[in-house]
Each structure stands twice: as C-alpha cells, then as structure tokens.
Design a protein around this ligand. Sequence first.
Ligand SMILES: O=C(O)[C@H](O)COP(=O)(O)O
Ligand SMILES: [Mg+2]
Length: 438
Amino acid sequence: MSPGRSRPVGSSVAASKSHGMSIKYADFVDESYEPTAEDLVCTFRLVPGEGLTLAEAAGRVASESSNGTWAALDAPERVRELSAIAFDLAGDADGGEVQVAYPDALFDPGNMPQILSCIAGNILGMKAVDTIRLLDCEWPASLATSFLGPQYGPDVKTEILDAEGRPPTATVPKPKVGLNTEEHADVGYEAWMGGVDLLKDDENLTDQSFNRFDARLKRSLERRDEAQEATGEAKDYLVNITDETNVMLERVDEVAAQGGGFVMVDVVTAGWSAVQSVRERCEEQGLAIHAHRAMHAAFDRLPEHGVSMRVLAQVARIVGVDHIHTGTAGFGKLENEDTVGINAWLASDFHGVSPVLPVASGGLHPGIVEPLLDTTGTDVMVQAGGGIHGHPDGTRAGAKAFRQSIDAYVAGVPVGEYADDHPELAAALAEWGTESPR
Ligand SMILES: O=C(O)[C@H](O)COP(=O)(O)O
Ligand SMILES: [Mg+2]
C-alpha cells in the first residue's frame, strides 16, 4: 500500500472487533481521498436505487467492485487495503458522477477478464443503483503495461500499406454474407484495382458453408497479389478469423503462412481473453489486428447505463489491437457518439503503450468523406461497403470514387470541384449527394 493511500476511518473502525477492521458499505467512501499513481481510477455516472443517497450508492459500488458485500465484515488490515474508495461525489439522490479508486494490488496484471469483473462486473446489476455507467478510466502504468499493447497501430499505414500522408481505405463486400468464395475475392480484386488498400470481411462472415474460411483466405490473397502487381501499391486483406480461441490461433498461423498481413477479430463477441491469446500469436507471426466492435452497443448505447465505448476502446488498446472501429462522428448510418474524444485518447500518450488507428465505418460514401475528415482529422482508417459497391457503375468505379474523395481531401480541393474531372466521383455524388444514410 502506498503511503498516500489511507483508508477511511470512521465509526465503523471504532466499532470493529479487536481481531480486525470493519468492512461495511459506508467504509468504502472517503470524499477527501486523493488517488495515488498506483490506483486505477474509474468515473461512474449513476442514479441511486430508491431511498439511497448518492454516497450510500457509491459505497455499495466501491464495495461490490472490490472486496465488500452486503453484510458488515471484519477483515485484517491487509485485506482492507485492497478495498476501493469512492471519492469526488458530484450530485445527489437523483443521480450524479462518482470517482472510485482501486489499488492496483486488487488486480491480476495481464488478465483483462479479471479487471473487468471488478470494475464492470456485478455493480451493473445491483439494486443499489437504478442505472450505472462506467464512463472513463485512468489506468496506472502497472496495469497498462502488463499486456502486449498494439504491435503496429497507425504504423500499418507505412509498414504494411502504402498510405503515407492519407487515411488508409478499406471495403466490405456487400451483400455482407452470401457471396461465394470466387465472387467475394472478385469484389476484393475490383476494389483493390479501384484504389482501395484493404479488403475486409464483414463481422458475420467467418466459415459458412457458402464461403469457407480456408478457401476464401487462399483465393483472396491470390487476387491481392494480382492487384498489387497491377497497381504497384501494397494491398492487403482483413480476414475475419473470429471463432473459438484455438481455431483463431490456427487461423493466425494460416494467414501468416499464406502471406497475409492482418487478421480481423470481432473483439466484443469473441471476448477479451480470446483477443489476448490472438494478440500473443500475432506477436509471433508479425500480424496486425483489425478489431471490429460488433455488440459494443449492448454495453454503450444507453447513455445512462453500461460501459462507454471510450472504456471499450481503452481495453482494446491495452490488450493490443492495431485498429478499432470507433464510429463515424455523426456521419454515416451510426448513432452519433464520442468518436472524436475516443480517437484522441487512442492517439494520446499512455504509459508508453503504442497508439491505435481508429476506423470510421458505417454508412460512409464519397459525399460525406469531407465533413467526416473535417471532424475526425486524417489519422483514421475509412471504410465504405455500400458506399463503394452501390456505385451506379459497380465496385471498381465505386472504389475509384471513394479514393478520389480521400485524395481530394488530402489535396485540399473541395469534393465537388474535384469531381469536375473525376467522373467516378461525379457519379457517386450524383447518386448519393452529401447526405448521411439512415
Ligand atoms: O463492418 C462494417 O463496418 C460495415 O460492414 C460497414 O458497411 P457499410 O459501409 O455498407 O455501412
Ligand atoms: Mg459490417
């Protein structure tokens, strides 16, 4: 225990039995507490359950997420030192924000499920809170550096791709599932030829009967090589390896053996333990990880409850993905969310852990690239599925139009003006205008 971490001592201590210290809910609150550099500090927004004050609810949250329970207990000092402390309470019985400091010794370094079972575990379902949302975390170095962290992050732009000075581009063939292996690889070839850097599987395409993983990987990389040779630009494939963990590890090896540079994982549905295993294998094989966040909205969509996308993105960076989808800042088909704030965090200094390249994806097309990049900046990967394959002249023209919209932005030329001598872009703008789809 650091010297700065002093436990609250209240009436409970005086009343405690001689063999130990009392642990009851009120003992987990100390409004004067100042966190130390070794603490993991979580910010929660919560509405207390009926009849409870904010402090009473906060004490229950700090208790249940560290080492207390509903009954008052006696415990030795060394156990008490592992307790969380709720401090900095702002609000009242109708709701507010609370900070909770956890000593790093409470956690099992390098074990993300254990950490989340504390800070995002039982507390989300307690009667003591009507709603509770984990908004943000301040991670101590001891935990942040106990995982591998990203291997490439934004460096994929130059280390694997030829995308220096511009956002790399990706495309998901549509319809999202149903194309057979040859059709899927053909769409990839057309998109690469049109100027897209990355073919990406959709989140629900893995190893179905109509498009087997092994055959798709092999054929897509063959077509990638053809496109690379024809264009002289590095191209690659974000192949979705999501499955049971041991199968994913075999697929990492297979992708490496066949010369792919990336794997894609649906990180929320697969689970962080599995992502940790994939990350370790990718270290051995030198592959980058593209993280799709399917199911994130089960945690983060309701603004008063759950776990914020910001925290999910923090977890993804700590575990070590190289890219993660973080929304489209209100453009495209997704609900508006804190894309800009999350992206800034992913790029920020963080105990020496490498940054992550954010991915904007969901309902994007050439007509909204300009306002999107005005909002997010250009340190982002941009993906369009429908916004490429729905082009009136097909996938290759759609890919050209999408790339033209990026090139226009990087050159500082308004997209409408750039379209004057880029007919594919002009056709895309005529088709979709500059509106976001719903
Ligand atoms: O996985 C994704 O990000 C989506 O498939 C995006 O598809 P869209 O560009 O057609 O919305
Ligand atoms: Mg998708």
